[in-house]
Design a protein around this ligand. Structure first.
Ligand SMILES: Cc1cc2nc3c(=O)[nH]c(=O)nc-3n(C[C@H](O)[C@H](O)[C@H](O)COP(=O)(O)OP(=O)(O)OC[C@H]3O[C@@H](n4cnc5c(N)ncnc54)[C@H](O)[C@@H]3O)c2cc1C
Length: 362
């Protein structure tokens, strides 16, 4: 079935970064979009995202003018990028964001794709996009033979602190990647909450890769079997863990990163994200496709999950603009994005195999 742009509708499951970016590119093609997001609030402490120049213009196809949200380029805090994309989505008359709404299953036939929600509602649209992250409920529909991302055998402790909260000389460049003993630390400067990039007014983000606490991940059920279930929040972390990480930080990491980590630990402002990976064989069916971490889950060590998600959003819209039929467009989207996505995940897997050689078994 072919569709005039004006009559095409889409359901996007998940309204985090890749869902928001995809809703914007779909809207640009004239598609009316309903977004379904299970959580009312979302934040990822400490993670930094590389934002290319002109990202929002590319996604929306419009020049950004005064008064509209801006996504500054360079390394940006996850929460700032999320807030700017969300603000742009909320002002787009073709996009409706519904939250909290949990999608429990999806399906399709020749006429439409559908999502069923936790309250028993069924929504239908011309196409459905799974932007629902590592534990995607859409992925089993697209790839029933390989539905799950698997735990890679390590956790990342993440924190974010204002530079003004610590007394320490700045690091000479914006990013440090340090290896000591069995650990790896990524630490970086991010603009301050007011956008300032002046020394003393920035924020410091850090991600500490650790393959030595898998027992804790399992006893807390953050990881079950070989599947990542959830992020460890500070209230579920024992005091002994904070003390142990602080002792290790004092011994291994140089200033100012050490001070930033110690401050985060003392404030209990640290989360632990167990890392999973997913190498895709497929990205789409006739009416359902995957984008972002639902489609391909690379180790954060690649630093490219966000860029890959924006490429998905752009490629999907381009395919829909080129092809009259949704199934042809989704085939074209898959053929554009599958191999780059596989290369990205493989590059992360080589880091994971050397960093945590025993993987989930450890
Ligand atoms: C610790 C960490 C560090 C990272 N660092 C970097 C980095 O340095 N550089 C980089 O480029 N990338 C990095 N990434 C990756 C990057 O954040 C992601 O690739 C990018 O944000 C895209 O995520 P997403 O929107 O696809 O998925 P997610 O952020 O997981 O969002 C999925 C959304 O779907 C919702 N959802 C899930 N299931 C349902 C359901 N059933 N019904 C309704 N809603 C649902 C969730 O609530 C969530 O809002 C990092 C990731 C992590 C975990």
């Amino acid at each position: 079935m072919t569709h005039q742009y004006g009559s095409r509708t889409a359901i996007v499951v998940g309204a985090s970064l890749s869902g928001l970016m995809t809703a914007l590119t779909l809207s640009r093609t004239g598609t009316r979009v309903t977004m379904l997001e299970r959580s009312a609030n979302k934040s990822r402490t400490g993670a930094a995202l590389p934002v290319r120049d002109g990202l929002l213009e590319r996604l929306t196809g419009r020049r950004q003018t005064g008064g509209t949200a801006v996504v500054p380029s360079g390394a940006q805090a996850w929460a700032d990028v999320h807030a700017a994309l969300r603000a742009t989505v909320l002002t787009d008359p073709r996009i409706r964001l519904r939250a909290p709404v949990t999608v429990t299953s999806v399906g399709e036939d020749e006429q439409s794709a559908w999502a069923r929600t936790g309250t028993g509602e069924t929504l239908r649209a011309t196409l459905l996009v799974g932007a629902d992250g590592h534990g995607s409920v859409v992925r089993p529909h697209v790839s029933p033979e390989a539905p799950r991302a698997t735990f890679s055998g390590y956790v990342i402790w993440l924190g974010l602190v204002g530079e003004a909260s610590i007394a320490s000389r700045p690091w000479p460049c914006d990013l440090a990647i340090l290896y000591e003993e069995d650990y790896c630390l990524n630490a970086y400067y991010l603009p301050g909450a007011d956008g300032s990039t002046s020394p003393g007014r920035r924020r410091i983000g850090w991600g500490w890769y650790d393959a030595g606490h898998n027992d804790l991940l399992r006893t807390s059920e953050a990881v079950v079997g070989d599947v990542v279930r959830r992020t460890l929040r500070p209230e579920r972390m024992p005091d002994t863990l904070f003390e142990e990480l602080a002792d290790t930080a004092r011994r291994l990491w140089p200033a100012p990163w050490r001070e930033a980590i110690l401050h985060g630990l003392s404030e209990r402002a640290v989360i632990g994200t167990p890392i999973g990976e997913y190498l895709p064989n497929r990205l789409a069916t006739e009416r359902v496709c995957l984008v972002g971490d639902a489609a391909h889950l690379p180790s954060p060590m690649t630093g490219s999950g966000f860029a890959a998600s924006s490429e998905d959003a752009l490629a999907l819209a381009e395919a829909l603009e080129l092809h009259g039929s949704v199934s042809e467009a989704l085939r074209s989207y898959e053929s554009t994005r599958l191999q780059p996505a596989r290369r990205l995940v493989r590059s992360g897997q080589s880091f994971s195999h050397s960093f945590a050689p025993y993987g989930a078994a450890q």
